[in-house]
Design a protein around this ligand. Sequence first.
Ligand code: CP3
Length: 310
Amino acid sequence: MTFVSALKGENQSGLPPIWLMRQAGRSLPAFRKIREEHPFLKCVFTPEIATEITLLPEKELGVDALVLFSDILVIYEKFFGKVTFPGGKPFAECTFEEESGIDVLNPIFETIRMVKKRSSLPVIGFAGGPFTVLSYLKDKPQNPHKLLEKIAIATREYIEKQIEAGVSAIQIFDSWAAIDGIENMREFCFPYVKEILRGLPVPTIFFCKQSSLYVKEIAKEIAPNGISVDSKRPLQEIRKEIGNEMVLQGNLNPEILLQNQETIEQAVSAILRDRKNDPAFIFNLSHGVLPETPVENVKFLISLVKKRAV
Ligand code: CP3
């Protein structure tokens, strides 16, 4: 259980745990096969199918943690919103006039329970940051704060239910929060994500693009247990700035996995050397696995991390 011990800053095994954002996605042939038969949202809302997909990376890749197969946009279900994926890019339409109980998301909690029965690996639950969730809305609101607050309250409830169903950690994906800089984060991200994570009984990880530039602010304003960092800065530099308490997750650029094995090995070794014996480090990418990534390269990456290729 190196994933859980690393999240407590107590991994003494000398090997970092590894999981990958979008590990259960299109780089896996078995996922693509399931998707040929069912639309994406049907996969998410059918616990048997979502369980099978969540479990694929354990069998096929040998990761140390599973991430629930779902999407950040499912929270729109609670507001009778409609999410579609025209040309791969999702769009949400939602009035926020009506709201249902959180039980509309019961199939997702059921998936967590089913995965827990079938695997002994820790399961990571997740939700989108309200700003990122709202950024997929087709018609942008004039004053987003009212809607951000509504989404934050629903998200807190959604996460509490995931924890009740058995997840070992929660990651917040606020992918776009820092794209327009720190001021944007202060206004649209920090207050809401702080409210969502306050006092949760499991460890939490915060992810956004360009997070490495803002680790200190994120630590101060949101106080997650860990930050998932991008590859813009070396981990050693980030570690120095943030101190030893904060769990760091990252930070291999997913584009490296499109290169040859020699390039992959060099980049992975550099990260492993940089974070050697760091008890609070989790190996991951700086963003999700790219759909076109050859699955052999993902397997190669994981075998390198498991072998301590320093
Ligand atoms: O990481 C995992 O394997 C768990 C499942 C997961 C998905 N999406 C599955 C998915 C997670 C954690 C997400 C998070 C998510 N979804 C984010 C935050 C992380 C990030 O990438 O920045 C965002 C912004 C979304 C919204 C979203 N969902 C987009 C932009 C897209 C379309 C682009 C794309 O990659 O196709 C999706 C669809 C989606 N979510 C897919 C998967 C596997 C592909 C759907 C398909 O099979 O066609």
